[in-house]
Design a protein around this ligand. Structure first.
Ligand code: FMN
Length: 275
């Protein structure tokens, strides 16, 4: 999984919506404290939730949590609501107007521009006694300390592909063990799912385009020690649309399996394609 982001601004300026629970019973709240990095060899996110929050109950009982980033300027009011009212008192989904977008693990929202799904790994109650004096005075006058939840990142969906934002959602990652293959899967708002495999090595570049289904889209990038697994899944379950190569030893070549390859994969830079 690949996430290109300004790590310090992600939480502080992004105000993600932290959600935990199932489709029938979940809660969400706005957060602005969080960390991202590597722990125990895994990509991880840490979030900090005060014990008084209704969301805290869900964080304790659920195995997964999600972070949903929406366009801050468009949804400022909703983020304010989710960050000031409690799910104990109001129906936050109804009041915010957001639409549930179910992931294989966890709940997110259609309005997302970035979704990070995490598997809960660890919880630590922050010890107020060990905090700097000024921090305690500023944030914990009334007690109610934060608990830290560390989650392993198991899925990332983003509206951005090669620095271009769109209404599609993409997942992308390095396929082969040596990192020479990059896979990308795309979901459009119309529910069309496609994939690109792109290889770059000493011999040149190679691209394959596929039509895939929701199941492949959902599974892509969710394997532990991914190596070739996502790449193989796309090849095995996908319908090949197009293939092209620009190898050093041979002439560039293209093989078209479906004439609509460029319409289906409109989002991607297609090697050797001529309008
Ligand atoms: C911008 C912003 C950032 C927030 N960040 C956090 C946070 O990191 N941790 C936390 O416990 N509460 C945070 N809050 C407060 C909760 O979102 C708020 O108390 C919310 O109403 C809790 O809802 P709940 O009771 O439904 O869980 C933040 C609020 C806002 C507006």
């Amino acid at each position: 999984m690949i996430l290109e982001t300004d790590i310090f601004k992600t939480f502080d300026k992004g105000w993600p919506i932290l959600t935990a629970g199932t489709k029938d019973d979940f809660n969400m709240m706005t957060i602005s404290w969080g960390e991202m990095g590597t722990l125990w060899g895994k990509p991880v996110v840490s979030v900090f939730v005060r014990r008084s929050r209704y969301t805290h109950e869900f964080m304790d009982k659920e195995d997964y949590f999600t972070l949903t980033f929406v366009e801050y300027q468009w949804y400022f009011e909703q983020l304010g609501l989710l960050g000031s009212k409690s799910g104990r008192d109001i129906d936050k989904l109804k009041e915010s107007g957001f639409t549930v977008f179910e992931r294989p693990h966890g709940i997110s929202f259609d309005e997302a521009r970035l979704i990070i799904v995490c598997k809960k790994l660890f919880k630590q109650e922050l010890d107020m006694e060990k905090m700097p004096e000024d921090v305690r005075a500023k944030f914990y006058k009334d007690g109610d300390p934060h608990d830290m939840y560390i989650g392993e990142v198991v899925e990332i969906l983003s509206d951005t592909y090669k620095d271009r934002r769109s209404s599609n959602l993409y997942k992308t990652g390095d396929g082969t063990g040596d990192g020479s293959c990059r896979w990308t899967v795309c979901m459009t708002t119309k529910g069309v799912y496609t994939a690109e495999l792109y290889f770059m090595g000493g011999g040149g570049a190679h691209q394959e385009l596929y039509e895939i289904d929701k199941e492949v889209f959902d599974l892509a990038g969710t394997f532990e020690n991914d190596d070739y697994k996502t790449e193989n899944l796309i090849r095995e379950k996908g319908r090949r649309l197009y293939e092209a190569a620009d190898e050093r030893q041979t002439q560039p070549w293209q093989a078209v399996a479906d004439m609509d390859y460029d319409k289906l994969c409109f989002w991607c830079d297609i090697m050797g394609h001529k309008d």
